[in-house]
Ligand binder design. Structure first.
Ligand code: GDP
Ligand code: MG
Length: 720
């Protein structure tokens, strides 16, 4: 290993550690970008020669070998000199392949060309890429694995450089190495990927004697690094630049500032210097830059491979230092994500007991979140914070209150006399109506509910309280049902007027029940998405078990509402509520008060006939009223008292029996659709269909497990 005669000042151990971490991270094979230096350039621009000059390593020439993978050359300062060639597997390889690739390791005493050729051919075979002479297109032409050449020795600086397959390479014979356009595209893609990594320092190689304006590599580098903050230009073949004009061009390029990291100029082994020792070539470089022609440029300190190497070492160490905290954070985040995903997948479910166990776990989770959602216990589980639509108790309470208000405001057909027509509404129901309309409209996207929710929202259109006076209608009913009784009315008259007065109830009640059904349904779907993460499993569970149970439960709630409506509206008006009489007395008292006040107003208008006027008007009030009128007023008052009691009672009945019990709490309610008991009762076939794991799931689990393993190792490396 006498090839490398450079003696670098030993840099601090701390700095070594930063670079070492990046090397280790790359080897672990997790998908976290590492800080690195990558050499790119056009064909015959001198990349390989530059690498040799930088590191002492060169690919054996003229053996039909070409690199169809990235080669990482790592220089490492160590007491013992050695050259080790190994393979860093691509991050997305499976564990078996990774193990096989990692097993490849060859130690060399020297860069003796023959040995090296053998080792590289063996490495190619291990990676499974197509041998150069083979036409077997089933083998890939390129590999994302990395060939690693690790050169250690007491005189080696700490530095890692990655050589990416040439972008536009052609063999010496002028034959394209990459036979198809696809190959070309692939190799370009590989170079791009390396260059686009924000943690890559791009070493853009071009020759002094080329025209930078036409150098594709500068264009490519600009695309990957638009601000030119991580691209170092390297001009090779300094020995071929002899004329003054060329020197001026170089000086201009070096000073133009488009690349913030600037240019370096080097002289590598020439085409006719194959027999020279690399040390001799490096000596020639030193001699060249001492010549007067280079005196001006020498002042920049950017001539020669030593200056370049030192600069790269500093740049790379700084980059590695700067990026380390970000890499740590990335690893932590990736670990959290992977663990979350893996946890959501549950333990491997290869047999029925483990499938049952897994589904029971999910069902209990479902059950417990439902419990919390119903009790309004939102603090315990972060899911309520992430998905506010799961705060069911709150939503239902708001809906029930809105329903109660709407019934009170708009349930009746005619306004009672006790309520002046211009009196303001006591509650604003517009928010409830809007919520309900939106919910009912959303059913068009929920085909499974189309048989259940029939309320088209038009039916909820503003229920106009009829302008017609209530007394006219009572009068009409009274005339049509009048019997021979004097001063009284038949019981059916109250039932009839009550039915007419409640004609809006059915619409409002059914719309409410259906609204709650939609809200509950959406809650269940959202919760299932959260609990049963595997979509296939969720779909299977949904289609084969849940939908049917749910629609049954919804239908039951609806028929319950229907039968309650029947009892309330069509049955004989009846109440045992003691306040009925109080309310009735109150209504009568109100009527009298109203009449007296009116009489008083009229007297004032008369200009004051005094007590005599008041007395005569009061007499009018009581005695000069026809009997039917008296009866109608009685009917009105009784109807009003009964209506108020019935409305309050019925709102409670619907909210408690239908909403709270049928739709939320009771056994068999939609929210109890998924229980551990249900899973326990499932047949083996059903269980296997729902809980079994697909190949893709198994593969995903393996991948996650391997990622976690890698990330843990990466974490250790980055923290250590
Ligand atoms: P690559 O295709 O970019 O890897 O270029 P190579 O490193 O294979 O170089 C192409 C040819 O240019 C080879 O014959 C090298 O010996 C020659 N070459 C590279 N750098 C220099 C240099 O600085 N001076 C001279 N005279 N020849 C060079
Ligand atoms: Mg080359």
């Amino acid at each position: 290993m006498g090839n490398l005669s450079k003696t670098e000042p030993l840099d601090g151990l701390r700095n070594h550690a930063y670079l070492e971490k990046q090397n280790k991270l790359r080897e672990i094979g997790v998908d976290i970008p590492t800080s690195q230096i990558v050499v790119v350039g056009g064909q015959s621009s001198g990349k390989s020669s530059l690498l040799e000059n930088l590191t002492g390593f060169s690919f054996p020439r003229g053996h039909g070998l070409c690199t169809r993978y990235a080669t990482q050359i790592t220089l490492r300062q160590s007491a013992v000199a050695s050259v080790v060639i190994s393979i860093i597997p691509r991050p997305d390889a499976d564990d078996k392949t990774k193990d096989r690739l990692r097993a490849f390791r060859q130690e060399l005493d020297d860069f003796a060309a023959e040995d090296l050729v053998d080792v590289i051919e063996e490495a190619n075979m291990t990676m499974g890429i197509r041998p150069s002479e083979s036409k077997d297109t089933t083998l890939p032409m390129f590999s994302d694995d990395i060939l690693k050449v690790e050169i250690s020795g007491p005189d080696k600086p700490h530095l890692t450089v990655i050589d990416v397959p040439g972008l536009f390479e052609v063999t010496k014979e002028g034959m394209s190495r990459f036979t198809t356009d696809l190959d070309k595209a692939q190799v370009r893609q590989m170079a791009r990927r390396y260059m686009e990594n924000e943690r890559t320092i791009v070493l853009a190689v071009l020759s002094c004697i080329s025209d930078p304006a036409t150098e594709g590599i500068l264009q490519l580098a600009k695309e990957a690094d638009p601000d030119g903050v991580r691209t170092v230009g390297v001009l090779t073949k300094a020995d071929l630049a002899r004329e003054q004009t060329m020197m001026q061009g170089l000086a201009q390029l070096v000073n133009d500032g488009t690349l913030k990291l600037g240019y370096f100029i080097v002289r590598n082994r020439g085409g006719d210097e194959q027999d020279l020792d690399i040390g001799e070539c490096q000596l020639k470089e030193k001699v060249l830059f001492k010549q007067p022609l280079w005196a001006e440029l020498a002042k920049t300190g950017r001539l020669g491979v030593d200056a370049l190497r030192e600069e790269l070492r500093i740049l790379l160490t700084e980059l590695a230092k700067r990026e380390l905290p970000k890499q740590r954070a990335e690893v932590d985040q990736r670990l959290i994500d992977c663990r979350k995903k893996l946890e959501a997948m549950g333990a491997p479910r290869d047999d029925l007991p483990s499938q049952r166990e897994y589904l029971i776990k999910l069902a209990s989770q479902f059950e417990s979140i439902v419990r919390d959602a119903l009790d309004g216990r939102y603090e315990g589980n972060p899911v309520f914070h992430e998905k506010p639509e799961l705060k069911l108790a709150t939503e239902i309470i708001e809906l029930n209150e809105g329903f109660s208000d709407l019934m009170w405001e708009r349930g009746h057909t005619w306004e009672f006399l006790s309520k002046p027509s211009d009196s303001p509404k006591t509650a604003d129901t517009s928010e409830y109506e809007e919520k309900s309309t939106t919910a009912l409209d959303s059913v068009s996207a929920l085909p499974e509910l189309q048989q259940i929710v029939s309320c088209d929202t038009a039916r909820l259109a503003p229920l106009e309280i009829l302008e017609t006076q209530i007394m006219d209608h009572i009068g009409e009913y009274y005339r049509n049902s009048r019997g021979p009784e004097l001063g009284t009315f038949g019981g059916s008259l109250l039932a009839m007027t009550f039915r007419a007065q409640t004609s809006n109830w059915r619409t409002i009640v059914m719309a409410h029940v259906e609204t709650v059904i939609v809200i509950v349904h959406r809650f269940i779907k959202a919760l299932l998405r959260h609990v049963v993460v595997d979509q296939r499993m969720r779909d299977e569970l949904w289609d084969s078990v849940l939908v049917e149970k749910l629609t049954k439960a919804y239908s039951r709630a609806k028929s319950q509402a229907d039968s309650l409506l029947g009892i309330e509206l069509n049955g004989r008006p009846s109440t045992y509520n003691r306040s009925f009489n109080d309310t009735l007395q109150q209504a009568r008292l109100d009527r009298l008060t109203r009449a007296i006040r009116q009489a008083g107003d009229e007297i004032d208008d008369d200009g004051g006939n005094g007590h005599a006027g008041l007395a005569s008007r009061l007499t009018n009030l009581v005695f000069n009223k026809s009997n039917p009128e008296q009866v109608k007023e009685d009917i009105h008052d009784i109807l009003e008292s009964y209506y108020k009691i019935s409305c309050k009672r019925f709102v409670d009945v619907i909210c408690r029996l239908v909403v709270e019990s049928d739709l939320l709490e009771r056994n068999g309610s939609p929210l109890k659709v998924l229980t551990p008991a249900l899973i326990s009762r499932m047949s083996d076939e059903q269980l296997d269909m729902i809980g079994g794991e697909e190949v893709a799931t198994k593969r995903e689990r393996k991948r996650l497990e391997s990622d976690i393993k890698g990330l843990k190792a990466a974490k250790k490396v980055l923290r250590g």
